[in-house]
Design a protein around this ligand. Structure first.
Ligand code: E4P
Length: 220
C-alpha cells in the first residue's frame, strides 16, 4: 500500500511526512484554490517540502489534449523530481494520456467514476487510475465495488497500472479499498491521523509508562 496526501497545505504535509510513510502528494485545482496561491508557487513549495523522490501529482486544467500536454510540460518543468501529470478521463484526456506517455511522462488518470473509464485509461498507458470513492458513495453507488472491479480488470488484462483510490471521508472507506486490493490511497492529513489513532492504544501506552516507570530509570 502506498499512502499519499491529498492536500496542498504545506505545513500539514511537513508534519505528516516527518511521521508517516508517505509516498507522495496529490493535488487538484480545487485543492490548489483552497490553498489560495498560484499553482506554480504552490507546487514548488510542496516539492521543496517533500524532496525530489516522493511523487507529486498535479492536475492540468486545459480542455483540449494540446492544452493538457502543454500544461503538463510547464508543471513538470516547474517542479522537476518525481512528477505525475493528473489528467481527467474525458475524450481529450484519454488522447492526452497517450501523447504524454509517448513523451515519457508519468500519468495519473483522474475523476474516475466507472470501471470502464479506468480500463480505457489503463490501456491508454496511465500509471495510476484514481477512482473517487466518497463521491461515488454520495450518489448511492458503491465506491468500494468500483475499486474492487478496477483491481480485477487490471489483473485480468495484466495491465501495468496501479489503483490510486481517492476521495475519502472516513477510515472505513480506506479500510474497504485496502481489502479490495487498491495499490495506493490518497487521503487528507486528518484522515491519515485517524487511520492510526485508537483510544485503547493511548490508554495502553499510559499504563505501560505508569507500570514501568520505576523499572526503566536506568534508560533515562
Ligand atoms: C484525487 O485525486 C482527488 O483530488 C480527490 O481525492 C477528490 O477528493 P474529494 O472528493 O474529497 O474532493
Amino acid at each position: 500500500m502506498l499512502y499519499l496526501l491529498d492536500t496542498a497545505e504545506v505545513e500539514a504535509i511537513e508534519k505528516m511526512i516527518d511521521i508517516y510513510p508517505i509516498s507522495g502528494v496529490t493535488t487538484n485545482p480545487t485543492i490548489i484554490a483552497r490553498r489560495g496561491n498560484k499553482v506554480i508557487d504552490t507546487i514548488k513549495e510542496i516539492r521543496a517540502c517533500i524532496g525530489e523522490e516522493r511523487m507529486l501529482h498535479v492536475q492540468t486544467l486545459g480542455e483540449t489534449s494540446e492544452d493538457m500536454v502543454r500544461e503538463a510540460n510547464m508543471l513538470r518543468d516547474a517542479v522537476k523530481g518525481n512528477f505525475y501529470a493528473k489528467i481527467p478521463v474525458n475524450e481529450q484526456g484519454i488522447k492526452a494520456i497517450q501523447l504524454l506517455k509517448k513523451d515519457g511522462f508519468n500519468v495519473t488518470a483522474t475523476a474516475i467514476f466507472t470501471q470502464q473509464q479506468a480500463l480505457i485509461a489503463s490501456v491508454a498507458g496511465a500509471d495510476f487510475v484514481a477512482p473517487y470513492v466518497n463521491r461515488l458513495d454520495n450518489i448511492s453507488s458503491s465506491g468500494i465495488n468500483v475499486v474492487e472491479d478496477i483491481v480485477k480488470l487490471i489483473k485480468n488484462y495484466d495491465l501495468n497500472t496501479k489503483v490510486l483510490a481517492a476521495s475519502f471521508k472516513n477510515v472505513e472507506q480506506v479500510h474497504q479499498v485496502s481489502l479490495a486490493g487498491a495499490h495506493s490511497v490518497t487521503i487528507n492529513p486528518e484522515l491519515c491521523t485517524n487511520l492510526l489513532y485508537h483510544p485503547l492504544t493511548q490508554e495502553s501506552i499510559i499504563d505501560f509508562i505508569l507500570d514501568g516507570y520505576s523499572y526503566y530509570d536506568e534508560l533515562r
